[in-house]
Design a protein around this ligand. Structure first.
Ligand SMILES: Nc1ncnc2c1ncn2[C@@H]1O[C@H](COP(=O)(O)OP(=O)(O)OP(=O)(O)O)[C@@H](O)[C@H]1O
Ligand SMILES: [Mg+2]
Length: 309
C-alpha cells in the first residue's frame, strides 16, 4: 500500500519535472531520445527576454527622422545569434516570402567592410536577382524598393565584427553606409557581434550614440544560472531526476567547464545526458559530466591538451 503511494508520488513528480514533449520521448528508443536531445531549441532566460522585448519595441517604432538602433554584444557562443533567430521566427511570414510581409530580415556582415558586398547579401536574403557589378546606387534603390514592398521593419546584421578586418578608414566608411541606410529606410538597424564590435561603432560619436549596446553577459553562479539549469533539465528525456540545480558541486563544475558560455553549458549537459542514456544510469552526475570527453573552450586552443584519437 505504502509503496503504491510512493509510486504515485514519483509518477506525479515525473509529470512536473519534464515538459510534455520530453515526457512523450521517455517512451521512445535510446536513439530517438539522443536525437531529441541534440535538437536545436530556444530556452528563454532573462537576458534573452530583455533583448526580445527591446526588438519588439523597435519593430513598432513609428517612422521618424532619427530611428533608434541597437547593438547586441557578447562573447562568442553565448546566444546572440540564437536570440535574433528566435525573434525572426516569431515574425516569420506565414505565406512565403513573395506574398506576405517580411518584417524582420537578418543578414551576415560581409567578410570585410565593403558596402557593395553588404548590399549583395541583403538582396540575396530577399531573393532579388542582381548583378554583383551593379552600381551601389542601383542596389541601394532595389533594397529601398523591396523593403517597402515586403513591409520590412527591421534589419539585423549579424557578425558585425567581421568589418574589423579592414582599415579604420574602411570601417568608418562602412559604418557611415549603415547610418545612411538607417536614415534612408527610416528603419531600425540592429548590429550583432562580439565585444570587439564596439570598436566598429566607436569609430564615430554619431554612430556610437545611435547604436546603444545590450550586453549578453557570461553566466555566473546565481539564481538565473540555477533557473537555466532547471529549464534545461526539463527538456532532457532521462528516466531519473538529476536535480542539477540542487547539486551545488555539479552545477559549479558545469559552470567552470563552460567558462560561463551558454552554448558550452548546453553542450556539456547534452553530452552528459547522452552518456547517461548510453550507460543506462539515466541521470546526470559528476561522473557523467567527466566521462563525456568534453574539452573546455580555453583548452581547445592548445594542441597539447587535446586527447589523441
Ligand atoms: N536561448 C537558447 N536556448 C537554447 N540553446 C541556446 C540558446 N542560445 C544559445 N544556445 C545554444 O548555444 C549555441 C551558441 O549560441 P549562438 O550561436 O547564438 O551564439 P553566438 O553568441 O551567436 O556565438 P558567435 O559569436 O560565435 O556567433 C547555439 O548553437 C545553441 O545551441
Ligand atoms: Mg552568432
Amino acid at each position: 500500500m505504502g509503496n503504491k503511494k510512493d509510486d504515485l508520488k514519483s509518477a506525479g513528480n515525473t509529470v512536473l519535472r519534464l515538459i510534455p514533449k520530453s515526457m512523450e520521448y521517455l517512451e521512445k528508443t535510446d536513439e530517438e531520445r539522443i536525437d531529441y536531445i541534440k535538437r536545436e531549441r530556444f530556452i528563454v532566460y532573462p537576458g534573452a527576454q530583455k533583448v526580445l522585448n527591446k526588438l519588439e519595441e523597435l519593430l513598432i517604432e513609428p517612422k521618424k527622422s532619427r530611428m533608434p538602433c541597437l547593438l547586441i554584444v557578447g562573447d562568442s557562443n553565448n546566444g546572440k545569434t540564437s536570440v535574433v533567430k528566435k525573434f525572426l521566427k516569431m515574425h516569420m511570414p506565414t505565406d512565403g516570402i513573395e506574398t506576405d510581409a517580411v518584417p524582420v530580415i537578418i543578414v551576415q556582415a560581409p567578410p570585410r567592410p565593403d558596402v557593395s558586398m553588404f548590399y549583395d547579401s541583403i538582396l540575396d536574403e530577399i531573393l532579388i536577382p542582381f548583378k554583383k557589378s551593379d552600381s551601389l546606387s542601383r542596389k541601394d534603390a532595389e533594397i529601398t524598393y523591396y523593403f517597402s514592398k515586403l513591409g520590412t521593419k527591421i534589419l539585423i546584421v549579424d557578425e558585425i565584427h567581421n568589418i574589423l578586418s579592414g582599415s579604420v578608414a574602411k570601417q568608418k566608411e562602412f559604418m557611415n553606409g549603415l547610418k545612411n541606410l538607417n536614415n534612408k529606410l527610416l528603419m531600425p538597424i540592429v548590429l550583432v557581434g562580439i565585444k570587439e564590435a564596439l570598436n566598429a561603432t566607436n569609430t564615430d560619436f554619431q554612430i556610437s550614440s545611435r547604436f546603444k549596446p545590450m550586453y549578453l553577459k557570461r553566466w555566473n553562479f546565481n539564481k538565473e544560472y540555477l533557473t537555466l539549469l532547471k529549464s534545461i533539465e526539463k527538456i532532457l528525456p532521462l528516466k531519473k531526476e538529476s536535480n542539477i540545480a540542487e547539486n551545488d558541486k555539479l552545477a559549479e563544475n558545469i559552470l567552470d567547464m563552460s567558462e560561463g558560455l551558454l552554448g558550452e553549458i548546453i553542450e556539456i549537459i547534452s553530452l552528459s545526458a547522452i552518456y547517461a542514456i548510453k550507460s543506462r544510469k539515466e541521470k546526470i552526475t559528476l561522473d557523467e559530466v567527466k566521462s563525456t570527453g568534453y574539452i573546455q573552450p580555453s583548452l581547445r586552443r592548445s594542441i597539447d591538451d587535446l586527447e589523441a584519437v
